[in-house]
Design a protein around this ligand. Structure first.
Ligand code: BJW
Ligand code: ZN
Length: 251
């Protein structure tokens, strides 16, 4: 199976990857669903919706500051590096991620589309103010803060620049991702339960446009019914092996 996946990738003209929380599990970032998942401990509708933020911004900020801290200490793993290497080899054209953890960028992926935002950015809940806390160098100060953060332009509450349930995905990212999915002849789907839409349409669009879907996951997922090849295992282990094989084939 893995040999077949390596051959498909090596022969592809336009391969893309679509990733979810499972790719960062080996970096110590908790997933959402399944054992140890965040939504097992916390109710999504109490934390990851605009209504929750209006009702209790303190609780929501507490949750996101805790996760910013945790994710801030995490390092990319073998799977993130493998995808960056496939891009450098010219095999992979883009990574579309649902993750907000910035680990693909840290691993060196250049053509990256973030569908659900980024936890290291904040934006104003009222005006157009945005800030990348890594770039502005204010991440440490921000994490140490205990009070609710306010917009320097208009004084309203700042919020994490992530996409909550019931909110539209960033339009540019969505259009780009759907366009790539239509063009792709191979899509490598890694570590997603494939139940959150519209993101979960991506592998389905690839399939409907005549492309092949290769899935890597420790469990079957919502994507498995459309997968041509299912590689069961941890993203880091499977990706390391896959990249070695592809490397030998494209030399
Ligand atoms: C491993 C592993 C290892 C573990 N190796 N694998 C159509 C049908 C039904 C519902 C809807 C629909 N269209 C829209 C909806 C509503 C909703 C939705 O999809 N709900 C469903 C859950 C029922 N969607 C929305 O609300 C979206 N917005 C929208 O539709 O807007 C419409 C609109 C238009 C115009 C104007 C206004 C509105 C927005 C969705 C936003 C999702 N946000 C979150 C939170 C982000 C911020 C944060 O992190 O706090 O995004 S929810 C959460 O789920 C997060 C993730 O990106 C997303 C996907 O999760 P993911 O990545 O798949 O993780 P898990 O945990 O589910 O799975 C991990 C997988 O890894 C598992 O399969 C494991 O087996 C595997 N794994 N270890 C390999 N080592
Ligand atoms: Zn503002």
């Amino acid at each position: 199976m893995i040999e077949e996946a390596a051959r498909l990738m090596a022969r592809s003209r336009f391969a893309i990857a679509f990733t979810g929380a499972g790719i960062s599990a080996e970096s110590g970032v908790p997933t959402f669903r399944g054992p140890g998942g965040l939504w097992r401990q916390y109710r999504a509708e109490e934390l990851a919706t605009p209504e929750a933020f209006r009702r209790n911004p303190r609780l929501v900020w507490e949750f996101y500051r805790w996760r910013m801290n945790l994710i801030g200490k995490a390092k990319p793993n073998r799977a993130h590096y493998a995808l960056a290497e496939l891009e450098k080899m010219g095999v992979l054209k883009a990574v579309i991620t649902q993750n907000i953890d910035d680990l693909h960028r840290e691993a060196g992926t250049e053509n990256l589309i973030e569908l659900h935002g980024n936890i290291f950015r904040v934006r104003c809940s009222v005006c157009g103010y945005r800030e990348d806390l890594k770039k502005s160098g204010r991440l440490g100060e921000f994490l140490a803060g205990k009070s609710l953060p306010h917009c320097p332009d208009c004084g309203s509450l700042l919020r994490p620049d992530v996409v909550w349930f019931g909110e539209a995905l960033p339009e540019d990212a969505m259009n780009m991702a759907f366009g790539l999915a239509e063009r792709a002849d191979v899509c490598l789907v890694i570590g997603t339960s494939g139940v959150v839409y519209p993101a979960a349409y991506i592998p389905r669009i690839v399939k409907e446009s005549g492309g092949r879907v290769i899935e890597i996951n420790t469990e079957e997922s919502g994507i498995t019914p459309v997968a041509d090849i299912f590689l069961r295992g941890k993203a880091g282990e499977v990706m390391e092996e896959l990249v070695k094989m592809i490397g030998r084939l494209v030399k």
